[in-house]
Each structure stands twice: as structure tokens, then as C-alpha cells.
Design a binder for this molecule. Structure first.
Ligand code: DGL
Length: 270
């Protein structure tokens, strides 16, 4: 049975485009509706109640677009507010649990690092999921919130001094603790994986939560028999276009975003 309704993807802002990129790669025939809450970003510095309230609004908006499945592309929402999806009428994919499974598979020395926003690290979600499956693992959690604006500024080229310094600071504990696998638990971090590898060495495995979530999305659509054989259209909604929208969106999606394909919505009126 085919289902031509779109997949809904949401994030606190434009970071979720890194996850969207992986979904497009794996599921080129799917229509996608993306919502980025750019008017209220960042979520990663806010408290759980606010993040939950925002996540409920975002999910409600996507449901109004008749989506067949919702992906919470945001690491912060996935770790703090997954329970907001409990009553959704459509399947829900978050970005934490599948990345944890990949990390468990990848680690040899059972020493796993987690790099994410402050809110995600405070939730302890990755750590508890890892320890549930691998009780004798050591989990090193580091809040790397500053990397979010660094990426959004486009400071991602090889050798950028600001990026280099931030990565050096954030990977210090991972090096000291000899982790062999790091979960990139925030939407923006795949864009700085080269800088992290350079600092940590080639032998460290970096887990891209966009890749693992895209795979889980594909599996879920296959399992339910609701793949779209003939789509491929992508529509973007944001709650604020901001001054640097085009630049930031293109950095995160890895291709130019046509702003005529982007609509601004008042998320408070959904
Ligand atoms: N999208 C967020 C995440 O993956 C990062 C940006 C924010 O703090 O809202 O955690």
C-alpha cells in the first residue's frame, strides 16, 4: 500500500536540515514538510517545560499539513520532550535512541562520548539509554552549546580558528577519558565532524544522528507499507525568516534553499 502524504520533520530552527538531508538521501521519493521554529530557537538553553510546550506546537503544525509520520530532528526535543509524541495519531521518530544503538555497536572499549546542547546533556537521556543496554559502559557527556552559533555563522571551514578552539575545549574530556565513539547529539554537529576528527584522531567513530534517524524512518515506512513511490517534493516552513536565513539554511542543508519555497507561519496561532 502506498501513501503519498508527506513526512513531517521539525526542529528548533534550521539545524534539522542536516537530518532532512539524510532523509532525502535515503528516501528520495518522499515528500517532506519541514518546520523550523526559527522564531524561538535555541531550545538547547531552555528548560524542559518550555521545550515540551514548543514541541507540542511544532507537532500540531505538522499534523495540520496531513503528514503520515513525524521526525523530531532536534536533539534537544528528542531528549527532553519525546513524551509529547505519546498521543500522536501518526508514527514518531526521534534522533536519540537509534544513535545510541549505533554507538553501542561501534564502540570497542565501551567508552562513549556524547556531545550535545546543555538541555540535552542535563536530561541524561543518552547516558541512561546507553547504560540500559551496556551497563558496564563509561559515558562522558559534554555540553557543546557554543558550536551551534559557530556553525550558523558558517565558521566551518578547515582551520577556522574559532571553530578549532571551541572543538579543542569540547573534546578535551573525551581525549582524557579515551572515548572511541562520540555521539553527535545535536543537529549542527555533523558540519564540524572533520574538525572533531582532526582533534580526536581518525580512529574515533562519530555517530551522525541524522543518518541513524533516516534509516529508522525508512524502516518504519517499509514496516507499515506506507512508502511513497512517486513523490520527492520538499516544502519548508519557519516561524521567522531572520536576517541570515538563506545563508544558514544553505550551510545546514548543503544546497541552496529557494526562499520562494519557504513560508513563514505564526506558530502561536496554530
Ligand atoms: N536543534 C538543536 C538540537 O539538536 C540545536 C539548536 C538549539 O539549541 O535549539 O539540540
Amino acid at each position: 500500500m502506498a501513501d503519498n502524504r508527506p513526512i513531517g520533520v521539525f526542529d528548533s530552527g534550521l539545524g534539522g536540515l542536516t537530518v532532512t538531508k539524510e532523509i532525502i538521501k535515503l528516501l528520495p521519493n518522499e515528500d517532506i514538510v519541514y518546520f523550523g521554529d526559527t522564531g524561538r530557537v535555541p531550545y538547547g538553553t531552555k528548560g524542559p517545560e518550555t521545550i515540551k510546550k514548543y514541541a507540542l506546537d511544532d507537532e500540531k503544525f505538522l499534523l495540520s499539513k496531513d503528514v503520515k509520520l513525524i521526525v523530531a530532528a532536534c536533539g534537544t526535543v528528542s531528549s527532553v520532550a519525546s513524551d509529547t509524541a505519546e498521543n500522536l495519531p501518526v508514527p514518531f521518530i526521534e534522533v536519540i535512541s537509534n544513535s545510541v544503538l549505533s554507538a553501542i555497536k561501534a564502540t570497542k572499549n565501551k567508552r562513549i562520548g556524547v556531545l550535545a546542547t546543555g538541555a540535552t546533556i542535563k536530561s541524561g537521556k543518552h547516558k541512561s539509554l546507553i547504560l540500559e543496554k551496556l551497563p558496564n559502559a563509561t559515558v562522558i557527556e559534554v555540553s557543546g552549546t557554543l558550536l551551534v552559533p559557530i556553525v550558523e555563522e558558517g565558521f566551518i571551514e578547515d582551520g577556522n580558528p574559532i571553530l578549532k578552539e571551541a572543538v579543542k575545549i569540547y573534546t578535551k574530556k573525551f581525549k582524557e577519558e579515551n572515548v572511541d565513539t562520540i555521539i553527535l547529539g545535536c543537529t549542527h554537529f555533523p558540519l564540524v565532524c572533520d574538525a572533531i576528527k582532526k582533534e580526536m584522531g581518525e580512529n574515533v567513530t562519530l555517530i551522525n544522528m541524522g543518518e541513524t534517524a533516516a534509516k529508522a524512518t525508512k524502516e518504519k515506512l517499509e514496516e507499515l507499507g506506507i512508502l511513497n513511490p512517486s513523490g520527492g517534493k520538499h516544502k519548508f516552513y519557519v516561524s521567522d525568516k531572520g536576517a541570515t536565513f538563506e545563508k544558514t539554511a544553505s550551510v545546514l542543508l548543503g544546497e541552496n534553499v529557494d526562499s520562494s519555497n519557504v513560508e513563514t507561519v505564526d506558530i502561536n496561532k496554530i
